[in-house]
Design a protein around this ligand. Structure first.
Ligand SMILES: [Zn+2]
Ligand SMILES: [Zn+2]
Ligand SMILES: [Zn+2]
Length: 353
């Protein structure tokens, strides 16, 4: 525990006094009330700025979303309270609500001592530190789901704490980086089957019109055109997608920005991605995608859950020799010491929920 020190490159905004929690929403949506469906698209930026500062003071940031609503990040609990009560900006009637997803964050802790505690109990014990939900990561081994010592915590704040106290133990919290979401219908990344507007495409052969279950054709990936299934972890597109998500979370930037950044750093699919990325100092945790391991993490919330191949985002021995990027690799939250679990004695055996 605690062997990972925080580093300035993680992009994670960490409160230096990490025991102090910010249990207040920091992101608010300001929606314009208008019978003509007018939005903030046609409101003077001066007016908006003035309206905000005059009612809650200087805020951390204000952005206009594509919807025409405003996204405001506040600085203090006091501002959070004030802004939540607003019903007009200057003369414009508005509604203000905490943003639905931005005010929470996900982190991973690893603690063998918590292996036999129920997630309900853990949630209860950690709730005073802003934890609202706990899920245990399981691995699939020989067709069996086994519990691990890794827990995914949801916090009620956009800022992930650096540490958390579980009883007498001080545990470091790493940002949780999910695997890419792959659609089971069209096999593309970034959406799920239920919201798919694409065409049914075979995950095995990339042909349209049939499912992969009974398909025996040659493997071809629809995303990178490589000679593997669309659920292969050797897929260039999958690795790149993972890289984008990692960058997004670590740098706390939008998906679009992260995508741009990653694309600008990576070669075209024809090239070998990993070899080039390795040379690039700025390519964050390129190595972390490389390791193939035997564990699989079951991810119920992820559309890849039912996909056959295991999740292998384990930067285990992510080449510690690569000094310039090693802080990226070692800071990688992707269950860094997962390998330990797979190797670890019988601790994992005979575990109950
Ligand atoms: Zn789709
Ligand atoms: Zn097929
Ligand atoms: Zn591929």
């Amino acid at each position: 525990m605690g062997k990972k020190k925080s580093d300035p490159f993680s992009g994670q905004r960490i409160d230096p006094t990490s025991s102090k929690r910010h249990n207040f929403p920091t992101y608010f949506l300001i929606h314009r009330i208008s019978s003509d469906n007018e939005t903030f698209h046609n409101v003077s930026p001066f007016l908006v700025e003035k309206g905000i500062t005059s009612s809650v003071g200087e805020v951390k940031s204000t952005k206009k979303l594509r919807s025409g609503d405003l996204l405001v990040e506040v600085e203090s609990p006091k501002q959070a309270k004030q802004i939540a009560k607003l019903n007009s900006l200057s003369t414009i009637p508005v509604t203000v609500n905490p943003h639905a997803t931005l005010n929470s964050s996900k982190g991973v802790i690893s603690c063998g001592e918590l292996l036999h505690e129920s997630v309900e109990k853990i949630t209860e014990e950690l709730s005073s530190q802003g934890v609202t939900h706990v899920r245990r990561i399981t691995i699939r081994r020989d067709g069996q789901l086994l519990n691990t010592k890794h827990l995914i915590l949801i916090f009620d704040s956009a800022k992930l704490p650096e540490h958390i106290k579980a009883g007498y133990m001080r545990l470091s919290v790493r940002p949780y980086i999910p695997n890419p979401l792959r659609c089971f219908k069209c096999q593309r990344f970034g959406h799920s089957k239920t919201s798919c507007r694409g065409t049914l495409t075979c995950a095995r052969c990339a042909e349209v019109g049939h499912e992969s279950n009974d398909c025996t054709r040659t493997e071809k990936c629809v995303n990178c055109k490589g000679e593997h299934t669309s659920f292969s972890r050797n897929c260039f597109a999958w690795k790149q997608e993972k890289e984008i998500i990692t960058t997004k979370i670590k740098k706390q930037i939008s998906y679009q920005k992260a995508r741009k950044l990653v694309k600008s750093q990576t070669p075209t699919p024809g090239n070998t991605y990993v070899s080039v990325a390795k040379k690039s100092i700025s390519a964050p945790s390129a190595d972390s995608n490389k390791d193939i391991s035997t564990v699989s993490i079951s991810e119920p919330s992820d559309s890849t859950t039912r996909a056959p191949p295991p999740i292998t985002n384990l930067p285990i021995s992510a080449s510690p020799s690569v000094a310039p990027v090693s802080e990226e690799a070692s800071a990688s939250p992707d269950f860094t010491d997962f390998k330990l679990v797979t190797n670890r004695k019988k601790a994992e055996k005979g575990l109950s929920n």
